[in-house]
Design a protein around this ligand. Structure first.
Ligand code: PAF
Length: 284
């Protein structure tokens, strides 16, 4: 596996792959890799010829400096996991290479209005501007055929799809199924911050999402059930919402058909998210 940190070396590695007609798949990550990430590497490897992964903890998507400091960093483990799961090139760009003006404001920002303003975006101001801006840069330097993201960050996936469509990036965005631990907890780099007790309480997020997936109900009944399950574990609920899975507009009780339930909660100060499909039974 090739390790690269400089932008020019990264660009010429990707250019060389395309010149020899090799299909490049890009998997952006912030490191602290787990089975959710390695599943993306494996899907990318099946689809294409070369897998480029990036490992960059992007400060522009953190609204809380404490959260950025606490974000887990496991570079040695990440390199071993990437290599073992088929990554051909791991790019670890420096902060200066990605955002030369940081910590000053970077003059250029990509904003996806609407989708970025609700749920995660409302709870973490500027978060999706940071995500869209960094992903735009990763796509520009790499020029992949496909880019891979997990459905755990369902709203992030929607924001990126919108950006790719609006800015005509020549890339297919591939959303991959969420990976869960055997007990149902969605895999997240933040799970290592949970004590054993907090981890057990955190299972209320996956229970909440699984419970509403079982039977069609009105939007407000789904919301009530989500909130009740989270509250039963005494979690600090950030949101428990049901939305249109493409527009992220809040569902109303007359809506029927497919929607998405999304929850975010803090467990002993650790912020976790989960989501899953729901069916709405519209009320007349
Ligand atoms: O999902 C993540 O790990 C990050 O938001 C991403 C897409 C790598 C951008 O920094």
């Amino acid at each position: 596996m090739r390790l690269i940190s400089g932008v020019e070396e990264w660009r010429s590695f990707a250019d060389a792959q395309r010149r020899t007609n090799r299909r490049v798949g890009l998997v952006p990550t912030m490191g602290a890799l787990h089975a959710g990430h390695t599943s993306l590497f494996e899907v990318a490897k099946k689809h294409g010829d070369v897998v480029i992964a990036t490992r960059f903890v992007n400060p522009r998507q953190f609204d809380d400096p404490g959260d950025l400091d606490r974000y887990p960093r496991t570079p040695e483990v990440d390199r071993a996991l990437a290599e073992a799961h088929g990554v051909d090139c791991l790019v670890e760009p420096t902060l200066a290479a990605m955002w030369p003006a940081y910590p000053g404001p970077t003059p250029t920002t990509v904003t996806v209005r609407g989708l970025s303003d609700v749920l995660e975006g409302a709870a973490r101001p500027g978060h999706f501007d940071g995500v869209a801006s960094v992903v735009a840069k990763l796509l520009t330097v790499t020029g992949p055929c496909r880019v891979y993201f997990g459905e755990k960050d369902f709203q992030q996936l929607a924001v990126i799809r919108q950006m790719v469509s609006d800015l005509s990036f020549a890339v297919e965005v591939v959303g991959c199924a969420m990976v869960r631990d055997a007990d149902g907890l969605a895999l997240s780099s933040r799970n290592v911050q949970l004590s054993d007790v907090a981890r057990r309480r955190a299972l209320a997020l996956s229970r909440a999402v699984a419970a509403v997936a079982e039977a069609p109900a009105s939007a407000s009944e789904h919301r009530r059930r989500l909130r009740a399950t989270l509250k039963s574990a005494d979690l600090d609920v950030v949101y428990a919402e049901v939305v249109n899975p493409v527009t992220f507009v809040s569902s109303v009780d007359t809506d029927s058909g497919d929607a998405r339930a999304l929850v975010a909660a803090k467990v002993d100060g650790v912020r976790l998210i989960d989501n899953g499909p729901v069916v709405l039974k519209g009320e007349p």
